[in-house]
Design a protein around this ligand. Structure first.
Ligand SMILES: *Cc1c(COP(=O)(O)O)cnc(C)c1O
Length: 225
């Protein structure tokens, strides 16, 4: 079932779009099912859960941190994390830089941009992201690879609103890439789109989608591993 869902999604997206299977709340056994089907990119939103899964699962899995990350927990994931999607402050960037340096790594990071109309979501405002690169602040970091931007649209039935939020983020992404990363192809990831809206996100330019419930089914927080 799970592998079927996965294959269905894979066959419905263009080959340049990478699929992050969001496995939060689901067991290592379920992750292994997808692993044996050939999948390697998994996303988690809690450090504790991420680490316990990392410890028991094959080491060639690429783990993506997609949830709000507290500074004091960066050190636990710095040695192995493949990408952090949820960088939402300069202070967090400073800590990631420090912890990446300690373990002699360069960590690919996406700046999370607040594009939704909802209050509760984390992220930089679009003008803060523009200012960050305009002031060349990214050049202060040697152990962070600025890999692109991430955003979440408003949770709504109104697909035109979702589309316009994704479109705004795509415009910001392209303008930053063109202004500051012409000589650096690493700034190439636009992470947007989840189970409910990934088709719209791809139409608007996403090349990395984060899909959970459509693959694994509804999350059961009572069974949280
Ligand atoms: C949970 C989560 C997802 C996946 O959500 P689904 O609706 O289950 O696909 C994607 N991105 C983030 C940041 C999440 O926390």
């Amino acid at each position: 079932m799970l592998v079927e869902n996965y294959r269905k999604i894979l066959s419905s997206i263009p080959s340049h779009v990478r699929l992050i299977a969001v496995s939060k709340t689901h067991s290592p056994e379920k992750i292994l099912e997808l692993y044996h089907a050939g999948h390697r990119l998994f996303g988690e939103n809690k450090v504790q859960e991420l680490i316990s899964k990392y410890q028991v699962l094959p080491k060639d899995i690429q783990w993506h941190m997609i949830g709000h990350l507290q500074s004091n927990k960066v050190k636990y994931i710095a040695p192995f994390i493949a990408m952090i999607h949820s960088v939402d402050s300069v202070k967090l960037l400073d800590v990631i830089e420090k912890e990446a340096r300690k373990v002699n790594r360069t960590i690919p990071c996406l700046l999370e941009v607040h594009i939704a109309q909802e209050e509760s979501k984390y992220g930089f405002l679009p003008h803060e992201v523009s200012a960050f690169f305009e002031q060349r602040q990214h050049l202060n970091y040697k152990c962070i690879e600025f890999a692109g931007l991430m955003g979440m649209a408003t949770y709504t039935e109104n697909s035109e609103q979702v589309r316009s939020e994704f479109s705004n983020l795509a415009t910001l992404f392209k303008s930053i890439r063109e202004k500051y990363f012409t000589a650096n192809s690493n700034f190439n990831t636009l992470s947007m789109g989840m189970s409910n809206d990934y088709m719209i996100a791809i139409e608007e330019g996403s090349n990395m989608i984060r899909v959970g419930s459509l693959i694994f089914g509804e999350r059961n927080y009572a069974n949280n591993s």
